[in-house]
Write a protein that binds this ligand. Structure first.
Ligand SMILES: NC(=O)c1ccc[n+]([C@@H]2O[C@H](COP(=O)([O-])OP(=O)(O)OC[C@H]3O[C@@H](n4cnc5c(N)ncnc54)[C@H](OP(=O)(O)O)[C@@H]3O)[C@@H](O)[C@H]2O)c1
Length: 259
């Protein structure tokens, strides 16, 4: 049996749990199983690894994407730059003797940390980019914002981060005006605003300055058209929600676990 799972807290609704259960069913992967491990304290990761010797991979969600780094033996470039891990590959090097004796305590376990959010965002954004999308605004300054900023740097797109507590080179919401909106034709929402059930909320930006040249990208995927996307679309902007990013990052995790 190959076991996979997700760590986070709380884990009442987990996209990954539903996604992988459905994938295993559809693809008849009968030797695979996916489990939610709701842990409040990241130090419980060691027990999960110890008690689940068949575990091959984990997704990592809120609030452990940063804290889990401490437990990794290796980080990929994206995870290192973003300073967040959302996918762990677990490599069990079982010494032959302990394998036959069933003695698991002598198992050597190696943990590799990846950031597949960045990959999912990049792959879903790239097909939509036009020559005029040279400058961007990233709304919000959390973990997802760091993954988005990493990708924009990779793609050579200049950006400002818009934050409620704007520091250094960041921009405050109140500073956004017609000129800034006209200069920045890619606007990415990385705040949780607008997520079900609080679907009426959206970031406080001047939506009247969106144009047909703008691309509005929302990491939120439930509802499919957030208030942010609705308002941008009403001005003629192209819109994209976070669903494809979510699917791509999940499939990338699967590829990493099985490579
Ligand atoms: N589609 C995908 O594959 C995918 C992947 C990862 C994350 N996500 C989604 O992206 C969103 C952000 O994730 P995250 O982990 O970065 O979350 P987070 O750290 O909780 O929040 C991100 C940032 O949003 C801003 N923010 C939070 N509440 C706000 C409010 N009430 N008003 C204005 N700004 C607010 C804050 O920035 P400031 O304090 O600087 O204003 C915060 O740092 C979540 O909805 C998550 O589900 C989607």
């Amino acid at each position: 049996m190959k076991k996979y799972g997700i760590i986070g807290y709380p884990l009442a609704h987990s996209f990954s749990l539903d996604y992988f259960k459905e994938k295993f069913r559809k693809e008849r992967l009968e030797d695979c199983e996916y489990q939610a491990f709701p842990i409040q304290n990241i130090s419980d990761l060691s027990d999960i690894i110890k008690n689940n010797p068949d575990l091959c991979g984990l997704n990592v969600t809120h609030p452990h994407k940063i804290g889990v780094i401490y437990y990794m033996d290796k980080l990929d470039e994206a995870a290192r730059e973003i300073d967040a891990v959302n996918c762990i590959k677990i490599i069990n090097n079982r010494p032959v003797a302990s394998f036959f004796s069933g003695e698991l305590s002598s198992m050597k376990v190696r943990l590799e940390g990846y950031n597949t959010d960045a990959y999912g965002f990049e792959q879903s954004l790239k097909p939509l980019l036009k020559r005029h999308h040279q400058k961007a605004l990233i709304l919000g300054d959390g973990g997802a914002s760091r993954a988005v900023a990493y990708v924009l740097r990779k793609l050579g797109i200049e950006y400002y981060i818009v934050s409620r507590r704007a520091r250094n080179k960041q921009v405050a919401y109140q500073e956004l005006n017609a000129d800034i909106m006209a200069e920045h034709l890619l606007i990415i929402n990385t705040t949780p605003l607008g997520t079900f059930p609080e679907t009426e909320t959206c970031a406080a930006i001047p939506y009247e300055f969106f144009t047909q040249k703008h691309l509005a990208y929302d990491l939120v995927y439930n509802p499919t058209e957030s208030e942010f996307l609705k308002r941008a679309k009403a001005q003629g902007a192209e819109i994209k929600n976070g669903l494809e990013m979510l699917h791509i990052q999940a499939e990338k995790a699967w590829e990493i676990w099985n490579s």
